[in-house]
Design a protein around this ligand. Structure first.
Ligand SMILES: *Cc1c(COP(=O)(O)O)cnc(C)c1O
Length: 341
């Protein structure tokens, strides 16, 4: 049985949060002299809405979730850090990750003095079997599943994720930063049955507004309440809330770009696969390709001298570089540059 008290740090469960001026009075008023702001009105002289209600209303329609199932952070990286602070007792609870994967989980764990247990993906980058996974698990805490996975690009089945969640005593965090590029269903559909799942999404990748720093966590309302309790009161600034709302209301442009990037990805995949310097291109449900080269260091540094920056992942996966899908022009330049090498 899911019990929020069992998974929340004691001090956080007991915490009485800071109550900001904008929280204590929510009605209509003309004269605001409660927050020591500068009274001369501009777009930004007032503190932002601490709970981003306009933005959440739009997200709730889009994701078919209740408002109280949505948390918005200063990027999903903020949500990751808050999850550690709320749900991992340092030195006792652990964090479980499936390398090669997104590096921030372990950094955030280290910042919070939480041990990370690494359970390697199989050679084909699929998750190990449930029994192999649970052989390594001996605590509660956070278990991260990045799907589609960065940097490998593959996605995990919802059945597997649900099976892991139903046996794990802590929270399963499903990081869906790249889900908008995939045709697969989001783990949001698991939230009703598996109350210990938190789904992370972001506006930094497909939505084209990385500069706004808007990340989302979706979960049952008790988890969201705890995140709200410990977040900095004004964690999402007014300009980001306003621009984020505009972006969501004008989604047709984003959807067009996603389909364009997916066709570009297919072209890039074919071109790279044909090259003699390329050993292998991994299929990808995201907006990047993981490519194994014969001599990845040479490719990486030569591209760099030509002003083309890609991501070196050889420390995680032998001879592999990660290439973000760019515009048709950028991809052409990249392909020609690799051919020249
Ligand atoms: C880029 C990325 C994020 C970061 O998202 P922000 O919302 O920009 O903080 C999170 N998870 C994964 C797997 C990513 O690749």
């Amino acid at each position: 049985m899911f019990n929020i008290e069992n998974i929340t740090r004691k001090n956080i469960f007991r915490l009485i949060p800071y109550s900001s001026a904008r929280e204590e009075f929510k009605g209509e008023a003309n004269i605001w002299l409660d927050a020591n702001e500068n009274p001369y009105e501009t777009e930004i002289n007032r503190y932002p809405d601490p709970y981003q209600s306009e933005l959440k209303k739009e997200i709730s329609k889009l994701k078919m979730l209740e408002l109280n199932q949505i948390f918005i952070g200063n990027g999903s990286d903020e949500a990751i850090d808050l999850l550690f602070r709320a749900f991992c007792e340092p030195g006792i609870d652990k964090s479980y990750i499936f390398p090669p994967t997104y590096g921030m989980y372990e950094v955030s764990a280290n910042i919070n003095n939480v041990e990370t247990v690494k359970i390697n993906l199989k050679n084909d980058f699929d998750l190990p079997s449930c029994s192999d996974i649970f052989k390594k698990i001996d605590s509660k805490g956070l278990l991260f599943i990045c799907s589609p996975n960065n940097p490998t690009g593959n996605i995990y089945s919802l059945e597997t994720i649900a099976a892991i969640a139903s046996s794990f005593k802590g929270l399963v965090v499903v990081d869906e930063a790249y889900i908008d590029f995939s045709n697969s269903e989001s783990a949001i559909s698991l939230l009703d049955k598996e109350p210990n799942i938190v789904v992370l999404q972001t506006m930094s990748k497909a939505y084209g507004v990385a500069g706004l720093r808007l990340g989302m966590a979706f979960a049952n309302k008790q988890i969201i309440e705890i995140l709200n309790k410990i977040k900095p009161p004004y964690n999402v600034n007014s300009l980001s809330q306003a621009e984020g709302l505009k972006t969501l209301k004008n989604r047709s442009k984003v959807l067009e770009q996603i389909s364009q990037l997916n066709s570009e990805k297919a072209i890039l995949f074919d071109e790279l696969t044909k090259m003699s310097s390329v050993m292998r291109v991994y299929p990808s449900e995201a907006n990047f390709l993981l490519v194994e080269f014969k001599d990845s260091d040479k490719e990486f540094t030569t591209l760099q001298t030509k002003g083309i920056i890609i991501r070196n992942r050889t420390s995680q996966i032998k001879n592999c570089l990660r290439i973000t899908v760019g515009s048709p022009e950028q991809n052409n330049i990249l392909i020609n540059a690799i051919k020249e090498i």
